[in-house]
Design a protein around this ligand. Sequence first.
Ligand code: ZN
Length: 218
Amino acid sequence: MGTETLFWKDPYMKEFEAGVVSANGREVVLDRTCFFPQGGGQVGDSGFLNDEKVVDTRKDENYNVTHFLERESSFKVGEAVKGKIDWERRYRIMKLHSAAHVVYYILMDVFGEKCKLASSGIVNEKKDITDYLTDSSFEREKLKVIGGKANELIKKGGEIRTWSDEQKPNYRFWEIDGFPKMPCGGTHPRRLEEIGEIMVQRGKKPGAGKERIEILLR
Ligand SMILES: [Zn+2]
């Protein structure tokens, strides 16, 4: 069955009530949650269950979501708890995650077949880090152009659509007007213009034939 995924139903949900499914020491599984569990490069949410601090969130293959507490709790199976995510942190992650998709499309436009995603990257509240397989080198001047185009697209605004696959509800998609949909299980804002201005910079070269892009919010 797994945990009900409130963070997809409403990515802006900050607080919720849920029942404890299991509680072992620092690990608590709930029947529903708006804590996003680490996946697809997006880090797990932090926040509180009642007065207990949640430091990380992970899922298993059956989508049971485990909340990792800072210290051992006395939660009991069946107990009702109030959850609250660190919204400021999560909202930054949402913006950076959508920004990373925008930058990906701009890179595809500019470099075409000569550039491919190396992996799903990492996105936390500070920045998005994504590696690309490419023979081109991402010099400062090129990245200025990429950043400019990405900011133009974001500023123009528009709807960001996310939805679940009909057969596999935990398999999700992300789409904006004018570009093909892409698979993504992250949490995202509903509008492009919510992202605000971004900064695109070159990260430490991850290896031969690869380039690293870092995205920050202004
Ligand atoms: Zn994504």
